[in-house]
Design a protein around this ligand. Structure first.
Ligand SMILES: [Zn+2]
Length: 342
């Protein structure tokens, strides 16, 4: 069952559901991510990538737990492996080297080095099987070689089929005691709600109450659905990429183009950004849109936590998702799935 949960990390307790904004490395590796944690107390979390740290000038500065010194002492840092870069740039990374980077920079949670299966990788294809096998092998290598016992290790799960993912979990749980699991490869499937629901549902049922992370998904409509299916944490860069495309997360709704907001005296939001700035200021500054978008995610999480606490999640989603036919249809499917009807 979906519930509020506490994950004990090396830095502090993390209450879930929780969102990890993706730190956008950028060319200089300093990135253009606003220092959101200084303004949004509930968003003191970050997703950052071990491979991009390793391959940038940041690496030297990040030794000895440098993430906390550079960004936020009390922040909870999830350090992803770089599996995606490994595949997209056709390079081979060493799982132990990635693990050492994760340990050294001060990761609270580390995901094991995976080889993402893309949607075009058919599950009957040899490539698909090889990627899954390699990801499993790397996950076990990371667990066996961990030096920092206080760093949580989540096994990265790959595969385009729920049954295959469940088999992978059975194997991993037999061989090692992972602190949690992280589902990868969801970004290309982001509008195929039924597939995402099937996968999260299957994984959640298999792993009991261990923490479950979903990589790369965290839009304002997807978050409630994922939480409903049992995901605890998720990450996304959508808030910031949406900012550069001038996409604005509408309160209580989905994402719209900024130019579609009627230009009146008031923006349709009372977050600290939209309260202090005019329509034109927000429209012309991508960081302001990104910050507004993060406030919307914070608000969404708060409402979900209240609904979870009151055991009213279904009623909340019923109201929350009604405006969007595709997502509402997905919610109805999710509901049937949880009741074992489909
Ligand atoms: Zn706002």
């Amino acid at each position: 069952m979906t519930q509020l949960k506490i994950i004990q990390t090396a830095t502090r307790e993390l209450e879930t559901p929780a969102f990890f904004p993706v730190h956008n490395g950028g060319k200089s590796a300093e990135g253009n991510t606003p220092r959101y944690w200084e303004n949004i107390p509930e968003m003191n979390t970050m997703m950052i990538n071990a491979y991009s740290i390793l391959s940038s000038p940041l690496y030297e500065k990040m030794r000895n737990g440098g993430l906390h010194k550079k960004f936020s002492e009390n922040g909870v840092f999830f350090v992803d492996s770089g599996g995606f870069q490994q595949k997209s740039r056709n390079i081979t990374l060493d799982p132990i080297k990635i693990l050492r980077v994760q340990e050294m920079v001060g990761a609270d949670i580390a995901a094991t080095l995976d080889l993402p299966t893309f949607t075009e990788d058919c599950i009957y294809n040899q490539n698909h099987a090889d990627f899954v096998k390699k990801s499993v092998k790397n996950a076990l290598i990371a667990l066996e070689n961990r030096e920092r016992e206080d760093m949580l290790i989540y096994a990265s799960l790959q595969g385009n089929d729920p049954t295959m993912m469940v088999n992978t979990i059975d194997y991993l749980m037999k061989k090692g005691n992972f602190d949690g699991f992280a589902i990868g490869g969801c970004v290309p499937k982001r509008s195929r709600y039924h597939e995402i629901i099937d996968i999260i549902h299957a994984v959640r049922r298999r792993i009991g109450d261990r923490p479950l992370h979903v990589f790369g998904l965290g839009g304002p409509a997807m978050i409630p659905l994922m939480v409903y299916m049992g995901a605890d944490t998720f990450d996304s860069s959508a808030f910031i990429t949406a900012g550069s495309k001038r996409l604005y997360f509408m309160p209580e709704k989905g994402t719209i183009e900024f130019s579609d907001i009627p230009e009146t005296l008031y923006l349709p939001c009372v977050c600290p950004i939209c309260s202090k700035h005019t329509y034109n200021e927000v429209r012309s500054e991508r960081k302001l849109i990104a910050m507004h978008n993060l406030w919307m995610i914070t608000h969404e999480l708060r409402k979900l936590k209240v609904a979870l606490e009151e055991n009213e999640v279904e009623r909340y989603l019923e109201k929350r998702l009604r405006h969007n036919p595709a997502v509402y249809d997905a919610f109805r499917y999710a509901k049937a799935k949880k009741r074992g009807l489909v």
